[in-house]
Design a protein around this ligand. Sequence first.
Ligand code: KIV
Length: 272
Amino acid sequence: MSTQSSNGPAKIRLRHLQQAKADGRPFSMLTAYDQFAARAFEAAGVETLLVGDSVGTTVLGHSSTTATTHQDMLTFTGAVARSVTRPLVVADLAFGTYEAGPADALRHGVELVRAGAEAVKLEGGAEVAPQVRALVQAGIPVLGHLGFTPQSVNSLSGHRVQGRDEEGARRLHADALALQEAGVSAIVLELVPAALAAEVTAAVAVPTIGIGAGPQCDGQVLVWQDMAGLSGFQGKFVKAFADLRGELQRAAAQYRAEVGERAYPGPEHSFE
Ligand code: KIV
């Protein structure tokens, strides 16, 4: 696997992420919710796209991912899946679609796969192991999500680093092993101290994917609007690799000015 789309496998599969972990080659994941962003990330060689339930906060204007619905996930998963061929497309199970038990998780997981997901992600540790088993037994690959789990923002009392104390670290470690035992293909670690994330990464055979979890995870994930400087979010773990917000604002201001001066549209943009 390579970071260039022109090299490596024509289609990224979970086994390629597993191989990347074995080889010690970090891989990348970005969220994606629409065709143009998804295609740009595919062209950049990004190996995996996550149709995150963060679509609720990044696109739909909600203040929490708990507002994202299953229908939202089906709509945006379809948009991304129809737009790319190479990256592995992972979709989140929305809040309220899997907590009740394995049958619920399976029903919603099947619908995400029908919409184009190649794997689904759910939040939680040992308590969701039965759901993971049901999905995996039905042939649906599952990614776990530990540490700060945004769908539990209310019970976690806000966006806070998890596993800082001994008991929290022990629980996170045990949850990672429980998810692995249940059959997950990878585990996202969010807002976890770098040393703990490194420990968990070494302890599990499946790849870990970090967000605010230090450099030793097997892969990294960011919300694309944070990565590209569109959201303006400046969390400690975020690096903005571009200033899309500034560039968009500049373009819109120039458009407005040219419309105001009748400089746009010019003859070259007009029909005889
Ligand atoms: O929904 C999302 O964007 C996520 C990432 C933060 C990992 O779950």
